[in-house]
Ligand binder design. Structure first.
Ligand SMILES: *Cc1c(COP(=O)(O)O)cnc(C)c1O
Length: 397
């Protein structure tokens, strides 16, 4: 292999690649946080962030990662002793459930395993048993980043309605936002959480909670602490109240640039189509490498997210791929999260390709061609034509 002088490329499911434009927008002196240009710029972020989520309702921004968004959503809707139902389809649903437990919430989970989506029928049946309306909220992830399954948010909403249940419906779109189609208002989602470092292409450090009026009413029943309270942040009269303190100035400039790319230049429909196509290109490559080499964790393509692909390989192949790509080509592939313990032998049978956020053909094809190279360089048996299969899919876009 020739020496690698290129900067490293991350193909993990978050953080995602930060566009040069976003980096450049952040590279500036600290602005005045009391009046002037920053304050005016920040006002332009809210409508665009609502457009990304497809909602007319409220938005609170936190200086936090996705875990912060999880806690914010819980803190404003449920309190100690309240019951919630969490649909678990991999590591991330479980993580949100665990956090709620530590906040004193009575958490019930329905676990659908690591290779399938949440079954709306089972949700409906469970809610029908709760005639007294004890369950205050139903939580799900849209895309579980560990299994790469996409849950059918529309069908889950229908299940809640069919059961005649009035639990809040809260969805984690941390992996999927601006990758997989999501329509908060049309789909009847009450609370949606996300963060900036995946589909929104900005360095980790900002988290968002979008919420509708039903959820705002729930906030009046619980007592969120001052920092997590979404009311002040979403209805701020004074600039600093938006952030409960100093604004994350440079992140905000980066986010403005990312939203220019997403909303002003590309538009959500094209963005979703681009990710759909890029995901299909990745899947075509995995199919071409062949079952003896690797296969998709999620068998049914209609249940796969466009943001990330979880892949199972022949014994040890994933570990060899990750190590070789990182050391020899500066390409970082994702670990197989939650599939096996890091010290278990089969840990080396799982990897993930992140294709969220700033993705375009040279990047996707580069990642796939590099994996192909890693297979060849290490003499790992694989089917041919993976890059060509991916290019063929992209050509249809
Ligand atoms: C990344 C991710 C999280 C956690 O986000 P952090 O920023 O790491 O706290 C939660 N849920 C999903 C679906 C994710 O992809």
């Amino acid at each position: 292999m020739v020496p690698c002088h290129s900067p490293s490329l991350l193909a993990i499911p978050g953080p995602s690649v930060i566009p040069e434009r976003v980096l450049r927008a952040m590279h500036r002196a600290s602005p005045n946080i009391y009046h002037g240009e920053l304050i005016e710029m920040v006002d332009t972020l809210w409508p665009d962030l609502k457009a990304v989520a497809r909602t007319k309702h409220s938005l609170a921004l936190y200086i936090a990662n996705g875990h912060g968004a999880w806690e914010a959503a819980l803190a404003n809707t449920v309190g100690p002793g309240d019951a919630i139902l969490v649909l678990v389809t991999g590591r991330f649903g479980q993580g949100w459930a665990d956090m709620a437990r530590r906040m004193g919430v009575e958490v019930e989970t329905i676990d659908f395993g690591k290779r399938s989506d949440a079954d709306p029928q089972r949700l409906e049946e469970r809610l029908r048993q709760d005639g007294a309306g004890t369950i205050k909220a139903v939580l799900t992830v849209q895309t579980d980043t560990a299994s790469s399954v996409i849950n059918d948010v529309v069908a889950l909403r229908k299940a809640i309605d069919a059961a005649g249940h009035d639990a809040l419906f809260m969805v984690d779109c941390i992996a999927s936002l601006a990758c997989d189609r999501f329509e908060m208002d049309d789909w009847g989602v009450d609370v949606m959480v996300s963060a900036c470092q995946k589909g929104l292409m900005t360095p980790a450090g900002m988290a968002f909670v979008w919420f509708n009026d039903r959820a705002a009413t729930a906030r009046e029943r619980v007592s969120p602490s001052q920092y997590w309270d979404w009311r002040d942040r979403s209805q701020a009269q004074i600039f600093y109240q938006k952030f409960a303190g100093t604004a994350p100035t440079h992140h905000l400039y980066g986010l403005r640039e990312a939203l220019d790319m997403l909303i002003k230049e590309e538009g959500m429909e094209v963005c979703w189509a681009r990710h759909g196509r890029i995901a299909k290109a990745v899947w075509a490559a995995v199919d071409a490498w062949g079952e003896d080499c690797m296969h998709h964790n999620i068998t049914d393509p209609t249940k796969r997210s466009a943001a990330v692909s979880a892949i199972t390989t022949a014994p040890g192949v994933a570990g060899k791929l990750r190590a070789w790509c990182e050391a020899e080509a500066g390409l970082t592939l994702g670990i197989g999260l939650g599939m096996a313990e890091p010290d278990a032998p089969d840990y080396a049978n799982y990897f993930r390709i992140g294709h969220m956020g700033h993705q375009h053909p040279p990047m996707t094809l580069g990642v796939l061609a590099t994996i192909d190279l890693a297979l060849k360089a290490q003499g790992i048996g694989h089917g041919n034509g993976a890059v060509e299969a991916a290019a063929t899919v992209l050509a249809e876009f």
